[in-house]
Design a protein around this ligand. Structure first.
Ligand SMILES: [Mg+2]
Length: 221
């Protein structure tokens, strides 16, 4: 398969066959910063169900504004996305590169920048090397967040996650974060972790306030 050949030749930022870790842009962050983690499909872009066509990508309302707020606050923005469609053979890393590039382009058009992209292709229903059940990088496991945390020296406890599935919130909780926003979700509190809904304008305002507060704390000498 051509895509596998490209993977092996280092065409894509893969650290192993099923894990994409890409540093985007050149902004430098001091160690100890919290991050804004975001799921991608259904959170940043409207989920088109295993998206493989860049032309179909549409941003969800207000998501660019949340990312831009993190940019202004000096908070690294990190996409953490499960891409089991690759394991299942629906698409390849080349499709992921094209779709993700389009998502980043749409965000840039609204003044919002992402600093790192981590994507996990492993899934038990896959074939070949991508057929791994319960891979530590696949949400709800926390591996992608921990990987980004190690690479950027993040303060995970103060970091935030936004997602549209409970698996996103669970990954955040297991990575040691203390709060997350669940798109169209319900509020829930578990020991050490608070799930906040993102349904109404007030919810969005709360997220912006949390991001701004992180920036204010991070900038204290
Ligand atoms: Mg999602």
């Amino acid at each position: 398969m051509a895509d596998t050949d490209a993977t092996m030749s280092g065409r894509y930022p893969l650290t192993e066959p099923g894990l994409w870790v890409e540093r985007v842009g050149s902004r430098v962050f001091p160690a100890g910063r919290p991050a804004l983690f975001l799921d991608r499909d259904g959170t940043i872009n409207i989920d088109t169900d295993y998206p493989d066509d860049p032309a179909e990508m549409v941003l969800r309302e207000d998501i660019a504004a949340a990312i831009a707020a993190a940019n202004r606050a000096g908070i690294p923005v990190i996409i953490v996305t499960n891409q089991s469609g690759i394991a299942r053979g629906y698409s390849g890393w080349g499709d992921f590169a094209a779709v993700n590039g389009r998502v980043l382009e749409l965000l840039a058009g609204e003044g919002a920048s992402v600093d790192m992209v981590v994507a996990c292709a492993y899934h038990e229903a896959g074939t070949g090397p991508l057929a791994v059940a319960d891979h530590p990088m696949r949400k709800p496991n926390p591996g992608m967040l921990l990987e980004a945390g190690n690479r950027l020296g993040l303060d995970l406890q103060r970091s935030l996650i936004v997602g549209d599935k409970k698996a996103d919130m669970e990954a955040g909780q297991r990575a040691g974060l203390s709060q997350g926003w669940l798109v169209d979700g319900q509020a829930a509190a578990q020991p050490g972790f608070t799930v906040r809904p993102w349904r109404e304008r007030d919810d969005f305002d709360g997220l912006l306030a949390a991001i701004a507060a992180l920036g204010a704390v991070s900038r204290k000498p």
